[in-house]
Design a protein around this ligand. Structure first.
Ligand code: G3H
Ligand code: 13P
Ligand code: ZN
Length: 309
């Protein structure tokens, strides 16, 4: 199928109360794993690249890889720029053909976030590309943090409404208690569901959950068995993720789980077959492990079987 725009798939997810998986990739094997998994589950999918991925492989290369593979599947595939902060990279992604862009000016004061976001929305919309932006600071909710401290990092529903009116974004990433990487929480995973529900009710647009990886114990144990150092790794539990979707999340970002699956599989091959020097025999098992991660995640999000809705 031709590449879809972000708002096409996310408007349907918003109406249908489910979430579309958004998976980060930097190379061919990861992209293949994501698309094979989504195709097998008949699920729409978003493949996203960070600015780091663009520095690593180039926007055109990443876009063309998606183009070629998306043509062979019968599910909607969106190519999205994740955490665009540098205006030149955002423009490079737009020129390459990306169909969804995140402008992340969330580290700036509100007015500056509005200014930068609005500028990107004007350009992207003129090119038929949809836009995501972020409000608040991504930080895990810890038990010993005061209500005031928590309030300082998480999204404010009033600001969310003003932000959308002033910028014209298509979907919003609210900070509600998740963070990036493999070490999200010291205790149990938590999300501020009431705040999330309030943002959804007041804004009425698709919402995005960043830092959503589950960091499953099985993946961590396997990677550690073959030498990875991941003591204390903790992610968003399946139950918390499902509840977040029930509260209005429509796009769920996953990178860390793919990374842990990759290093576990690569470490296993290298440890058990020290004579192996064929990269295909080393990266192939990583691709298979990532495919299982993607299938499991899509199963949690409710987007399986939604490719043609
Ligand atoms: O949001 C962050 C993603 O995990 C991408 O990370 O900038 O290292 O590619 P990266
Ligand atoms: P994780 O680190 O939890 O996989 O989050 C990825 C993400 O939010 C990419 O934007
Ligand atoms: Zn993110």
């Amino acid at each position: 199928m031709p590449i879809a725009t972000g708002i096409e798939v996310l408007a349907k997810a918003h109406e249908g109360n489910y979430a579309v998986g958004a998976f980060n990739f930097n190379n061919l094997e990861t992209l293949q794993a994501i698309l094979e998994a989504a195709e097998e589950l008949d699920a729409p999918v978003i493949v996203e690249t960070s600015e780091g991925a663009i520095h690593y492989a180039g926007a055109e290369m990443l876009y063309e890889m998606v183009e070629v593979l998306a043509r062979k599947v019968s599910i909607p595939v969106v190519i999205h720029l994740d955490h665009g902060k540098d205006f030149n990279i955002i423009m490079a992604a737009l020129r390459a053909g990306y169909t969804s862009i995140m402008i992340d000016a969330s580290s700036f004061p509100f007015e500056e976030n509005v200014r930068q976001t609005k500028r990107v929305v004007e350009i992207a919309h003129a090119m038929g590309v949809s836009v995501e932006a972020e409000l608040g600071t991504l930080k895990g909710i810890e038990d010993n943090v005061s209500v005031d401290e928590r309030d300082a990092t998480l999204i404010h529903p009033d600001q969310a409404v003003t932000f959308i009116q002033e910028t014209g974004i298509d979907y919003l990433a609210p900070a509600v208690g998740t963070s990036h990487g493999a070490f999200k929480y010291k205790g149990e995973s938590k999300i501020d569901y009431e705040r999330l529900k309030e943002v959804k009710r007041r804004t009425g647009i698709p919402l995005v959950l960043h830092g959503a990886s589950g960091v499953p114990a099985s993946l961590v144990e396997k990677a550690e068995k073959f030498g990875a150092k991941l003591a204390g790794a903790k992610g968003v539990s399946d139950e918390v993720l499902k509840e977040a979707v029930a509260c209005g999340i429509n796009k769920v970002n996953t990178d860390t789980d793919l990374r842990i699956a990759t290093v576990g599989a690569i470490r296993e091959v290298l440890a058990e077959h020290p004579d192996e020097i064929d990269p295909r025999k080393i990266l192939g098992p990583a691709r298979a492990a990532m495919k299982e991660v993607v299938k499991r995640r899509i199963g949690l999000l409710g987007s399986a079987g939604k490719a043609n809705l």
